[in-house]
Design a binder for this molecule. Structure first.
Ligand code: DGT
Ligand code: CA
Ligand code: CA
Length: 577
């Protein structure tokens, strides 16, 4: 599928255009990129069956972008993109991957210092050539070096959100092969960890030769690290590696258990085996030399006196002990189907891609009962933040749509929220009188991330004390591969959330997934209510909810802990109380 390649190119075009200071156009390319990234249908297939006209019918794809998609599908190139790259020959995606480095900065760095890539940038920063540049200074230079260091630390790991769609495609292809009997992904992907080192697949087959031949010649393979009858390893063009192991049918369960991990969970389960006079490895469970289990994962755990548990919690964080006591002691993890609405979405009002109505329709298609529109507020000028007056105009639009829904018998309700900003002193950038008129308000930190732990904790707690603030969005502020969490006393935040009845968000955006698994688990243990939101800026991003739910499951979160599994009525009553 060429969808992701095209999305990547359009993201880059948007950045090049932003660098040039072009108005509106970057936004159009970004929108097309998001659409392609989320599109279920294969863009090549759309083109094959409907030509350029069908491409133009993809939402967010206009005439000029459709033309470029066609050009790429026909020639493998886009001239316009090549020209932009020739004009400013910089690795724009590599440079803007650093926190705080935007397209405009890239342009200055190229013009003044000839910086083209990460290596050039690091060298210039270390030689203190950046600080003297107009508009840069010591602090920016230091931030750039920190950003590079952070990127290096997370290098070699990929976001689950980037990898999972490709993994599912590979799995489908393997399933279609008639020589393949069973296939499952294992490792960190099966555990739905937020970042992935490499992908591990297991299959059973009577014809390993055929399966391996097929595997190493999958579309998108750029390197074959090794090819054998029991294990092969490939690199995909997106940069990550995939291992495929062929295992005997009678060992499938124990192999799956072993290669799902985590390593820590495996070590703990092996200890249990030893304590019972058994041996556990990827070939099965053995008493003396006799194999007593191995065909299914369930029987492997059963032989150890343990209840089977979902892969997401296999991290040796207490699950082993509980599963020894019995199934009913294990958490009953939340599922995707439990989600009844999304309380953090953006609309055109603050520069999001879709109108409120379009967002609502997408939510209805997902089977939701409600959708909270929570646009940015005025402190965030670049995000077209709404002021009190605009919030009240927006309220009118929302009320009208809700009335129309009611008239036509659509059981669905749009709620009005707002993602307000927590200012440095913990106050909110919207007056209480205006907050009061909303269905609920969210508060988040979007500026001054580098405060002392004490100050930052106080800042957030003060915001939580505001009676209209019901949700803290992305509570730790971390961005995977880009930015560490800010310094906070998380225990104190949890206590305050409980005291003031504020929901902490699990933000489903693949690079946020904030709260993370460990913090979500602490929140549940403290009895703090959570909300799983997508923070969608485009209607297609509502599907990210899947990733928020995985993160919640990794944090032992149950349905009851999450307020957007509640019915509309129950939620509204709770918000009012
Ligand atoms: P990743 O790839 O870094 O995201 O994480 P995993 O968990 O997929 O790790 P990987 O690919 O190195 O190995 C897959 C599984 O195989 C792992 O989750 C557990 C098992 N495994 C690997 N190495 C060891 C080991 O040294 N001891 C034990 N007990 N299990 C291991
Ligand atoms: Ca792995
Ligand atoms: Ca591996």
């Amino acid at each position: 599928m060429k969808n992701q390649e095209l999305a990547q190119i359009f993201y880059e075009i948007a950045e090049f255009l932003e660098m040039e200071g072009v108005a509106f156009k970057p936004y159009a390319y970004q929108k097309a990129a998001i659409t392609l990234e989320n599109l279920k249908e294969d863009v090549e297939e759309i083109y094959r069956t409907g030509g350029r006209k069908a491409l133009e019918e993809i939402p967010g794809v206009g005439k000029s972008i459709a033309q470029k998609i066609e050009e790429y599908l026909k020639t493998g190139k886009i001239k316009y993109y090549q020209e932009l790259k020739e004009k400013t020959p910089v690795k724009i995606d590599e440079l803007t991957a650093i926190e705080g480095v935007g397209p405009k900065m890239v342009k200055v760095l190229y013009q003044k210092l000839g910086i083209k890539n990460l290596k050039d940038l690091e060298k210039a920063a270390k030689e203190h050539k950046i600080a003297p540049l107009f508009g840069f200074g010591e602090k920016t230079e230091k931030n750039i070096l920190q950003g590079i260091a952070f990127l290096k630390r997370s290098k070699g790991r990929f976001l689950l959100g980037e990898i999972l769609p490709i993994v599912k495609e590979i799995e489908e292809k393997l399933k279609e092969l008639k020589e393949v009997k069973r296939v499952s992904v294992a490792g960190s992907v099966r555990r739905r960890k937020e970042t992935i080192g490499d992908v591990d697949f297991l299959v059973t087959t009577d014809n390993p030769q055929k399966v391996m031949d097929f595997f190493v010649s999958l579309p998108g393979v750029i390197k074959v690290w090794g090819k054998g009858l029991t294990k092969s390893s490939i690199r995909m063009k997106e940069g990550f590696d995939v291992d495929l192991r062929v295992v005997p049918e009678e060992c499938y369960g124990s192999a799956l258990q072993y290669f799902t991990g985590s390593k820590e969970h495996n070590i703990a389960t092996r200890k249990i085996a030893i304590s019972k006079g058994l041996k556990l490895n990827e070939y099965g469970v053995f008493r003396n030399k006799k194999k007593i289990a191995g065909k299914t994962e369930e029987e492997v755990y059963e032989a150890l006196g343990m209840a089977w548990m979902p892969p997401e919690i296999r991290e040796d964080r207490g699950e082993v002990e509980l599963s020894l006591k019995g199934k009913k002691y294990l958490p009953r993890l939340i599922e995707l189907k439990d989600i009844k609405g999304d309380l953090h979405c953006h609309s055109k009002w603050d520069g999001g891609a879709n109108s409120i109505l379009e967002m609502a329709q997408a939510a209805i298609e997902r089977g939701y009962q409600y959708l909270g529109i929570s646009d940015h507020t005025k402190f965030l000028k670049i995000e077209h933040g709404l002021d009190e007056r605009k919030l009240s105009l927006q309220r009118k639009e929302i009320e009208k749509i809700n009335r129309d829904f009611e008239k036509s018998g659509v059981k669905f309700r749009i709620l009005q929220g707002a993602e307000t900003n927590i200012l440095n002193d913990g106050s909110i950038d919207i007056k209480d009188e205006a907050l009061k008129k909303l269905d609920y308000a969210i508060a988040g930190i979007h500026s001054s991330f580098k405060m002392s732990k004490e100050k930052m904790t106080e800042r957030i707690i003060r915001a939580m004390k505001n009676p209209y603030i019901k949700i803290i969005s992305h509570p730790t502020g971390r961005i995977l591969k880009k930015r560490d969490e800010y310094q906070v006393d998380f225990e104190k935040i949890l206590r305050a959330a409980k005291e003031f009845n504020v929901f902490l968000e699990i933000n489903s955006y693949p690079e946020r997934l904030d709260l993370n698994d460990i913090n979500a688990k602490k929140a549940v243990e403290m009895g703090v209510k959570l909300v799983i939101n997508t923070d969608s800026h485009h209607k297609d991003q509502l599907r990210y909810i899947e990733f928020g739910v995985y993160q919640a499951r990794r944090g032992w979160v149950e349905k009851e802990n999450v307020v957007n599994t509640w019915s509309l009525q129950r939620l509204l009553e709770y918000l009012k109380s």
